[in-house]
Design a protein around this ligand. Structure first.
Ligand code: GCO
Ligand code: MG
Length: 417
């Protein structure tokens, strides 16, 4: 016998019982780890668990340590399962643990949406906006080529573009792709060794943005990613030198293990700052947010512990007028993109969503209902997050070990990639 609270038109606790959970590793152009959870009534949900360059660690965490804990539990108890996996592991936080928790959490929200017959954004409180403003990636070997690339995105209707360009004298600086190819950093089985020079970089970036404003005017939002390469005072100098070009944000200006280092950048510049794609918990940005040292928080669903955790983080950020700017590189699967776009549709303090294009192969493995229109990504009304997996097709793309590059200074010393 079920009590009234356990039973609804959409299924009882028995119907919601988790009967299977599977980890699917596939590599349609790049590696993705996906968790599929199935309930007794036959409803299933998907969560992304991809951690670029360290994929199998999360696959094992899920397969060996999480899945046995899921079987027999009520898929409707999303908060309780989140707490069980977070507190219950004893070892809190960390990208592997939090990506695994995120995969479970997102799969359960997907199941809840399907049970209710509602899109995920409706479960969160409904749409606050029609579509999510997105930014695309433009890059060029030099300023000229980068400006041409920005122009192409503007022509396609993008309202915001991130721009990166080559640094004279530096081979393979961050963010550049081979001509005509989409940017994809995890290229080789062992890390590619690249070189870095901060003085050369600091010299070229202000010239890039001066040119972009001259070529494309003030109407387009421009963004830039320093990819953790600068010290706080160098970051302050860059942020200040970019002020005339009114950036939407300067991202990852300096590593943020020491959150207080952003105080130094703030003291010198009003260029808006974004950080957090490598964070996995609210604790990684508590000081940054409370002290209003940043303007956008980039931590996203897959690496931040799922929707349950990100909702808490976004509400906390809202108290300080910090807005979301979810990471959306190609190493986050379409499952994360679907979930993120539902979150973006709801979250009151939305800022922007990163949008790198998945390959045709990846899009075929993960059919989805989101679409780009007029500078924004729009989610449909499919129940759940609207992303599925073609498992037969996925099986045709076996795992291919790939790691992210590393960077060394010109004297050979290791630096931040
Ligand atoms: C971004 C990121 C990515 C990361 C990548 C690492 O802002 O899009 O910095 O390009 O480097 O996600 O796996
Ligand atoms: Mg980045």
């Amino acid at each position: 016998m079920h009590t009234a609270s356990e039973t609804s038109a959409h299924g009882s606790a028995r119907d919601r019982e988790i009967v299977a959970a599977r980890v699917i590793v596939t590599s349609p152009g790049r590696n993705f780890v996906t968790l599929k959870i199935e309930t007794r009534s036959g409803i299933s949900g998907l969560g992304d668990a991809t951690l670029n360059g360290r994929e199998l660690a999360v696959a094992s965490y899920l397969q060996d340590h999480v899945v046995p804990n899921l079987i027999g539990r009520d898929a409707g108890r999303i908060e309780d399962l989140w707490q069980f996996l977070y507190r219950g592991a004893y070892w809190r936080r960390g990208p592997v643990t939090m990506s695994a928790i995120a995969a479970v959490d997102v799969a359960l929200w997907d199941i809840l949406g399907k049970l209710a017959g509602l899109p995920l954004c409706q479960l969160l409180g409904g749409r606050s906006r029609e579509g999510a403003l997105v930014y695309a990636h433009a890059n060029g070997r030099d300023i000229e080529e980068a400006s041409d690339e920005v122009g192409k995105f503007v022509e396609q209707g993008f309202l915001a573009v991130r721009a990166q360009c080559g640094v004279p004298g530096i081979k393979k600086p961050y963010g550049l792709s081979a001509k005509g190819k989409p940017y994809e950093p995890a290229e080789s089985e062992l890390p590619l060794e690249t070189t870095w020079s901060t003085p050369r970089y600091l010299d070229v970036v202000p010239r890039l943005f001066e040119r972009l404003r001259a070529d494309h005017g003030d109407g387009v939002e421009l963004l830039h990613d320093a990819h953790h390469r600068l010290t706080p005072i160098e970051a302050a100098r860059l942020a200040r030198s970019l002020e005339p070009y009114r950036l939407f944000w300067l991202e990852d200006a300096t590593p943020a293990e020491n959150q207080a280092s952003f105080e130094l950048i703030r003291r010198h510049s009003v260029t808006p700052l974004a950080v957090g794609e490598v964070f996995n918990s609210i604790w990684d940005c508590k000081h940054l947010i409370e002290q209003q040292l940043i303007d956008y928080i980039r931590t996203t669903i897959v690496h931040g512990g799922g929707i349950t955790a990100m909702r808490r983080l976004a509400d906390f950020a809202a108290l300080y007028q910090v807005r979301t700017g979810f990471h959306g590189a190609t190493d986050l699967s379409p499952v994360t993109m679907g979930a993120a776009l539902h979150f973006d549709a709801w979250v009151p303090n939305f800022g922007i969503q990163e949008y790198m294009f998945h390959s045709d192969e990846a899009n075929a493995v993960f059919p989805h209902d989101y679409a780009f229109r007029d500078g924004r990504l729009h989610v449909g009304d499919t129940p759940g997050h609207g992303v599925t997996i073609d498992e037969k097709l996925a099986a045709k793309y076996p795992y291919a070990p790939k790691q992210l590059p590393v960077a060394r200074l010109e004297d050979g010393a290791m630096w931040n990639w």
